[in-house]
Design a protein around this ligand. Structure first.
Ligand code: ZN
Length: 336
């Protein structure tokens, strides 16, 4: 199935009432367990690299590894840039083969956010890359060795329905990250999602909605949020904390261990477990199973998943095919 554009993937999720987990990759260690979880769960998956994590990874080195892994599997994989804040980062991600970019200009006034996001959408769409925008501000923090300071959602920065409508109409983004009581990192007290607001935004604009700050939200709340229009859920802090705990337990039980390779295997097994568990809660498990009648490419009852690019009615343009098409057109024009 290979790589898939964010728009096609999330439209399918939105139509079929499930959410695709977007798991942050902060080192090469994460790639295999996330891919394996997707294969074993028969689930689509989004792997994302956050600009704030660039201190831990090299975008140009890690992207080819994810693309290579995605090409070998039969589940749809989207590679997303998470919270791209600079124009340069967006272009680097597109050039590295990402099938989606999130442009986060949410700290700026709405007018500036709209103007700058619109520019990114024009560029990204011209090469078949999806764009996720954000309005309202999602607080919290995610970087550092210790647990992040717990944050409380700020009602003042919740996404307003009328802003969402204006932002969607003027920018043409493919998905929208909203602030509805969610925060990055860890929550101060119990998360308190504004479900009514999710429902209202979902009814007001025809694009899939994204929930950042998935760690710490109870499973029942996820399910309710998905039923009201959330189609992508960002999940990292809990996955990281659980992996560290597994590593710590292993080292406590094996104080003589000097094998990083073995430690890495423990971490990978834990990441895979967390991701598989989330796929089940998000309802994306078995979406691509052989006995499923849903097709991610065209929604036809019996077409299955193999080679969607050959299906004439397919809504999905697989990234590889798109590159091929563009190359052919460019070459054709040169020959003329
Ligand atoms: Zn986020």
């Amino acid at each position: 199935m290979s790589l898939i554009n964010l728009k096609d993937l999330l439209n399918h999720a939105s139509k079929n009432k499930y959410a695709v987990g977007a798991f942050n990759v902060t080192s090469m260690t994460f790639i295999d367990p996330i891919i394996e979880a997707a294969i074993e769960s028969n689930s689509p998956v989004i792997m994302q690299l956050a600009e704030v994590h660039f201190r831990y990874l090299n975008l140009e080195h890690i992207a080819p590894a994810i693309i290579r892994a995605a090409r070998e599997v039969n589940v749809p994989v989207c590679i997303n840039l998470d919270h791209g804040k600079n124009f340069e980062t967006i272009i680097r991600a597109i050039r590295a083969g990402f099938t989606s970019v999130m442009f986060d200009c949410s700290a700026e006034p709405l007018e500036v956010n709209i103007a700058r996001t619109k520019e990114i959408v024009k560029i990204a769409h011209s090469v078949g890359v999806g764009v996720e925008g954000e309005i309202g501000n999602i607080g919290g923090e995610v970087v550092g060795t210790a647990a992040p300071t717990p944050h409380e959602a700020n009602v003042e920065s919740f996404t307003k329905v009328e802003d969402a409508i204006r932002f969607y109409e003027e920018t043409g983004v493919d998905a929208l990250a909203i602030s509805v009581g969610n925060v990055h990192g860890t929550y101060k007290g119990e998360p308190n999602l504004d479900f009514e607001r999710i429902d209202k935004i979902n009814k007001a604009i025809p694009i899939p909605l994204v929930l950042h700050g998935g760690s710490g939200i109870p499973d029942a709340d996820f399910k309710k949020a998905i039923s009201l229009g959330i189609s992508k859920i960002n999940f990292y802090t809990e996955m990281s904390a659980s992996a560290v705990k597994a590593a710590r337990n292993f080292l406590n039980e094996n104080p003589e261990c000097i094998s990083y390779a073995d430690l890495s295997k423990i971490v990978q097994a834990d990441i895979k477990k967390t991701v598989m568990n989330r796929m089940e809660v998000f309802g994306s498990k078995n979406i691509t199973a052989a006995d499923k009648t849903l097709c991610i490419s065209c929604d036809e009852v019996s077409c299955g998943l193999e080679d969607p690019k050959l299906k004439p009615q397919a809504n999905t343009i697989v990234y590889d095919t798109l590159v091929e098409m563009i190359s052919k057109e460019v070459l054709g024009n040169i020959k003329k």
